[in-house]
Design a protein around this ligand. Sequence first.
Ligand code: PHE
Length: 452
Amino acid sequence: MSIDSGSKHGMWSSRLMFIMAAAGSAVGLGNIWRFPYLAGENGGGVFVLAYLLCIAFIGLPILMAEILLGRAGRQSPIGAMVVLADRSGVSRRWSVIGWMGALAGFMILSFYGVIAGWAMAYVPSTLSGDFVNISAEAAATSFDSFILNPWQVVGWQSLFMLLTVYIAARGVGRGLETTVRYLMPALFGLLVLLLAYSAFTTDRFVEGLAFLFQPDFARFSTDSLITAMGQAFFTLSLGMGAIMAYGAYMPKGSSIMGTAGTIALLDTTVALMSGMVIFPLVFANGLESSAGPGLMFITLPIAFGQMVGGQIFGTLFFVLVTFAAITSSISLLEPAVAWVVEKTSLGRARSAALVGAIAWAFGLGSAFSFNIGADWTLFNGMTFFDTMDYVSNNILLPLGGILIALFAGWRLGQEELLSQLSEDQRWIPVWRFLIRYLAPVGVLIVFLVTIL
Ligand code: PHE
């Protein structure tokens, strides 16, 4: 066996920094924007239950597999898959996992950058008091006129992408690690503060909790199951190589199970806490929990606008969302950036600029989906934005997840596997069962149900 000399892209300085970076990738718009509105649309508690089951039995084993494959391959996901296929004596075609992942990364960043841009734009507008005592209609009109203006949407999306590229360009240590080192603790602090605000200033905290945690089985449908599974992949950053790329920079010698468990726990905690912040505010102000994607941009500003201290706490809320989005977007870019660094002589900064420019251009399609491009529908009448969201979450990520599970479970050389899991001996049988059978079959069934 070759001696592990780490990754040429750099390494996280400790296991804790890897956890922060991976949790930074996982915790994002998926937790604060998407999870609460999906829970709201899909009947609260039942959806949350389905989501938790998907995280535990499908997400967690695949999360372990991605960390393991990344740490064994020590390269970009595409490069790592080639190396691991060679070392395991199987077809190099498995590197399709890396290629599909890079494509999924561009597609996700396309809509991600737009929503993150909106969240950034809401920081100055909330701070300057735009939403104080705003009526429901005025909040909706203000959001609609904002997204109808292509310059505004593209401007904020571009600013967000510039920040992402700047961090990526500075490299693993000075860019990514420095960013998560400061933003992740800030994010947790803000979330705790907002939770206290929601708990102590509304008298609907218990109602919010009941909505999230009491399953109403009458409201369950197969659709909620599919949505819950897609969300489990999205929220844990699985199926596209982000975690594999980060795993390549993880020091050897620490338990993968413990690390993956910590990351999944942090991510789930943030999603549930976001729900606990948002729903009491929504209920206390007599608003609708099922507002869909507008929950964060229309419903919440109305709630903050009616509350004591809402101007300042509302601003902090959008700062929180922005931080969470940045620590995720850098991980969406990393697989492709690392690959360009490996394959060209461009170097880190220029590779990041190149990949970022492509992602930004993809993002224009999503930015225009709300204004000048509202009628450029692709299939099923979906806009470019909706298509990117749908195809990446409901097709590419689960498909990538199945392939990753199959490769790690059935194809990866045993010596390789055992050396990566040497700190996790007693978990190997459980993990192997989940990754060989339960995870791929589970995802496949949900897939088939979607199609039928
Ligand atoms: N997990 C991130 C979120 O919840 C999104 C993401 C998906 C990031 C896939 C990287 C890879 O917002």
